[in-house]
Design a protein around this ligand. Structure first.
Ligand code: ADP
Length: 241
């Protein structure tokens, strides 16, 4: 799916969180939004998800204007930090959740849901743990459950807000390799928020570096690293070239 954002502006009271964002995301691309805290990354992701609405600008998905649509109609899967797993539900019930709450006409049958959950648990390599509760899992396993839950609705776009934020370095590295493989295998378009440049530069096809509500530079990791567009990007990357 291609996503086009044009002149997107978002205020919170008098504060301009996004000051005019133009962005083209190509089908199948893995894009990272990188930048310091407060630069607008999460706000942009939440607008893409339909959880927040812009004050001005448009958002099109495969050339259809979805600016007025809510999250439910956009067929996007998301893994946000505050979208924690449901503690009172098993792993399998968490993964099935997005399917069970679909309107009746779109809801798969109980057998279809069970089959899909089994497939997803295999995909995230947790097939033995369907009956456990989230508190019985490690941090990395929980993140994989959150991903399986996001993938259950068969999204064409996957939005991830610091999905590995709370994990230690070794687990992060393993999970990001695995996530990149999953993205390639499923042919989805993924957008990923990070403040960790190593993570963004390793995982993404292109990186958008954000600063104070604007995109300071967008390009492949190599382009950005070799040719920072301005002093901000240069300093943010700690690039001494
Ligand atoms: P980032 O993800 O890059 O850290 P955010 O998009 O979360 O940045 O936030 C950008 C700016 O908008 C911050 O200054 C933040 O305080 C402000 N902001 C975000 N959400 C809200 C909100 N719901 N109400 C008021 N201010 C907000």
């Amino acid at each position: 799916m291609s996503i086009t954002v044009t002149s997107l502006v978002k205020h919170f009271d008098n504060f301009a969180a996004l000051k005019g964002i133009d962005l083209d995301v190509r089908p199948g691309e893995f894009l990272a939004l990188l930048g310091p805290s407060g630069s607008g990354k999460t706000t942009l992701l939440r607008i893409l998800a339909g959880l927040e609405f812009p004050d001005a600008g448009t958002l099109t998905i495969d050339n259809v204007d979805v600016s007025e649509q809510g999250a439910r109609d956009r067929q996007m899967g998301f893994v946000f930090q505050h979208y924690a797993l449901f503690k009172h539900m098993t792993v399998a019930q968490n993964v099935a959740f997005g399917l069970r709450v679909k309107p009746r006409k779109d809801r798969p049958s109980r057998t279809e849901i069970d089959e899909r959950v089994d497939r997803l648990l295999q995909l995230v390599q947790l097939e033995q743990l369907g009956d456990r509760y989230p508190t019985q899992l490690s941090g990395g396993q929980r993140q994989r459950v959150a991903l399986a839950r996001a993938l259950a609705i068969e999204p064409r776009v996957l939005l991830l807000d610091e999905p590995f934020g709370a994990l230690d370095a070794k687990v992060r590295k393993d999970l990001r390799r695995w996530l990149r493989g999953l993205h390639d295998e499923m042919g989805i378009t993924s957008i990923f928020v990070s403040h960790d440049q190593e993570e963004a530069l390793e995982l993404a096809d292109r990186v958008a570096v954000m600063s104070e509500g604007r995109i300071a530079q967008i390009g492949t990791p190599t382009e950005i690293y070799r040719n920072p567009a301005n002093a901000f990007v240069c300093e943010f990357l700690g690039n001494t070239n």
